[in-house]
Write a protein that binds this ligand. Structure first.
Ligand SMILES: *Cc1c(COP(=O)(O)O)cnc(C)c1O
Length: 435
């Protein structure tokens, strides 16, 4: 498979090169040249296939010829080392829980898959180590740290804004050691991200170290997210529920939902996608007005979706050849306030005894909005994080205690370790000295 830059000003590259580069030299996102539907028998027979077998079918054309079959199978089984249950909330409303992985957010799958692919590409190679540099506002850092822990030939440097990530998130970033380094930045998430961008453009660094990023623009983090949609469909087949399937995805950078739309191109029968957002509503506004107008992001209680200019939206536009009318037949988008989100959280708890995190609640709201007009459908919302990751807002909204799952409890007595940096020079010196 070859990948082209969506800016069309760089050469086509292989999967391997696209993963190592992250972004194309012309700063465009990579996009596969061709997406071929799967054999219909695979899709209709999914009820009896393992998650690993389904995922292998889904991803193999994108990796074709660049990772041997046996290695790819092993990467997939290491990535899918936990369950993805479809939980019934009410009649024809389900939550697909994506938070049973090591850091309890759905980003574990993409981070782990990407780490294993890079580990394979770097193994035994004579070139110097690869350094993954990533800025995090919370969930990405933990998933990346965990996914890359112990991967040979790869160093990971994570920048996080001091005092602005939750205690649990900070522990997930700072207690791992080995090839993972956490840098605590005196500043905001935007400052962290600006430093990362500057580092990628820094010629002194380019001479000394090979840098790449691990955010959702990387195809090895983006594409494996399509597995979730197959898992939802598989479980509905097992339940013999054949109503038209609609999926609501809590969206920030729109990588997850875009991967779902790739699954749809592979032939997965999803009738409609709902991109549910918080008040960062650039995409819902675009569908309404036809004008795409990026904005500065606004803080909300579903903070992993506080994005004013979603980086993967260009891939969605590419998927429908930039045809907004075609897009609207398959995709709608709704935005919700924090107040509405908390109200949904209370309703889910009181009426159905289900505790959802703020992101899942936004997904639920989008689903309800769409199903009011389309009641004949079966609706799935993606629950992208465990409620414990947002324990303060969940406990204060529901006036109940959330129990700490094992993955989190064991972090509580580990020692946090990070290096404080004040400005870009601090980052640059750290990279030059330590790597
Ligand atoms: C990252 C994240 C999202 C948003 O996913 P995108 O692919 O960026 O749209 C939603 N929920 C949680 C919990 C996240 O961590």
């Amino acid at each position: 498979m070859l990948y082209s830059s969506l800016h069309n000003r760089s050469a086509k590259v292989s999967f391997r090169e696209a993963v190592i580069r992250g972004l194309a030299p012309d700063k465009g996102l990579y996009y596969p040249d061709k997406i071929s539907p799967l054999d219909k028998d695979i899709i209709s027979g999914m009820a009896t296939l393992s998650n690993e077998a389904i995922s292998y079918h889904a991803i193999s054309q994108f990796v074709e010829g660049e990772i041997p079959e046996a290695v790819l199978s092993e990467i997939i089984s290491e990535t899918l080392d936990f369950p993805f249950p479809l939980v019934e909330i009410a009649e024809n409303i389900y939550s697909l829980e994506l938070f049973h992985g090591p850091t309890m957010a759905f980003k574990d799958v993409g981070a782990c898959f990407m780490a294993r692919c890079l580990g394979y590409f770097k193994k035994g190679s004579a070139t110097p180590k690869l350094t993954v540099l990533v800025a995090t506002s919370g969930d990405t850092g933990g998933a990346v740290a965990n996914g890359f822990l112990g991967v040979e030939g790869v160093e990971v440097v994570i920048l996080f804004p001091s005092g602005r990530v939750s205690d649990i998130q900070e522990r997930q970033l700072t207690t791992l050691e080995q090839n993972i380094k956490a840098l605590e930045v005196k500043g905001t998430f935007d400052d962290c991200q600006a430093m990362v961008k500057k580092a990628f453009l820094d010629n002194d660094l380019k001479e000394e170290i090979q840098l790449t990023s691990a955010n959702s623009i990387n195809i090895a983090r983006w594409l494996p997210q399509m597995f979730y949609y197959f898992f939802a469909y598989k479980q509905l087949l097992q339940l013999k529920n054949e109503d038209p399937l609609v999926v609501s995805v809590p969206s920030g950078n729109f990588g997850n939902i875009c991967a779902g739309m790739v699954a749809h191109q592979l032939g997965l029968p999803i009738e409609h996608f709902i991109a549910s957002t918080n008040i960062n509503d650039t995409v819902p506004q675009y569908l309404e007005t036809g004008i795409y107008e990026p904005k500065a992001s606004v803080s909300t209680i579903s903070n992993a979706m506080d994005v004013g200019d979603p980086s993967n939206f260009v891939r969605i536009r590419k998927l429908v050849n930039n045809d907004i009318h075609k897009l609207k037949t398959l995709f709608s988008s709704h935005s919700f306030t924090d107040k509405e989100t908390k109200k949904a959280m209370k309703l889910l708890f009181k009426r159905y005894r289900y505790i959802a995190d703020p992101h899942g609640c936004v997904g639920y709201l989008g689903l309800e909005t769409y199903r009011k007009e389309h009641p004949e459908t079966v609706g799935v919302f993606l629950e992208t994080a465990h409620p414990v990751k947002f324990i303060d807002v969940v406990e204060s909204t529901l006036k109940t205690k959330v129990t700490l799952p094992g993955q989190i409890a064991k972090l509580m007595n580990r020692k946090k370790k990070s290096i404080l940096i004040r400005d870009y020079l601090g980052l640059k010196n750290f990279l030059l000295q330590s790597i």
